[in-house]
Write a protein that binds this ligand. Sequence first.
Ligand code: BDR
Ligand code: CA
Length: 307
Amino acid sequence: PIPLLIDTDPGVDDALALLMAFADRRHRLLGLTIAAGNVGLDHTVANALKLCEVAGVDVPVHPGCPVPLVHPAADAAYVHGRDGFGDTGYAPAARAAADEHAALAIVRHAREHAGRLVLVTLGPLTNVALALRLDPELPQRIARLVVMGGAVTGQGNTSIPAEFNIGFDPEAAEVVFRAFPQFELADWEAVVRHPLPRGSLEAWLQADDARARFYEGISRHTRQWSMARDPHGFHSADALAMAVALQPEGVRRAETRHLAVELEGRLSRGATVVDWQRRSGRPENARIVLDYDPALFAAQVREALGA
Ligand code: BDR
Ligand code: CA
């Protein structure tokens, strides 16, 4: 199996993505490195440990950076609940987090699995940026970097042009995107084009499986909140990125372009600026997923929930 490491800030959609990775047989999950983002680090670590417990998965959970590299940022508790998992009041996991810092775990796994490691990022890129400063050769060691983040034509979900993961820590994203000669990107606009059919999701959530039951509970608030945005489909950003990572053959259309992050700007800090017209001559670092097989995506989610 292909070694897999996931950097994540769980988060309701992170949880679905993680369940997909847990259910996958082609990859071997080495661990989870945890970012702050959707909510504070204490919660994202506790949520990761709880999800592992529910799914019966015993991989190390490495706490990472509690704050962005440079500027403080607001969380997304209004989407995910104050605890990031829909405020269900679940009993904390019995297991404790690992001692090793997330950035050190990324550096170590990249060395141990050089040329083979798949790194998927589902949150702000703070831990990966720090890992790059510890080991500048990280991009040469990692086989695939798959990122959920950005809004490639300026239609964001936090500010007008910025998507949450990039907007939370734009400096970290810029460090990462400059360093990697190529990464795969599932951006927010792709997420909006790939909704999970609501009727199907609701049916899968009724499955007689601990994962479905837990996910039904933690996603209730978010499913309600998202109704106003799209009554027919459920937008699960991290789940789409995970589908791309686990089954890249589902990608039906992608374009490769130069992508950079706007770090200033009165209205545009955190925007991902894509050189669609190839005007800059700068390195084409981003493979932007435009179309993913919806049936394959749905099948992965269904299996992840045990339905
Ligand atoms: C991204 O932001 C977070 O709120 C989600 O978990 C996802 O990673 C979507 O913009
Ligand atoms: Ca996330």
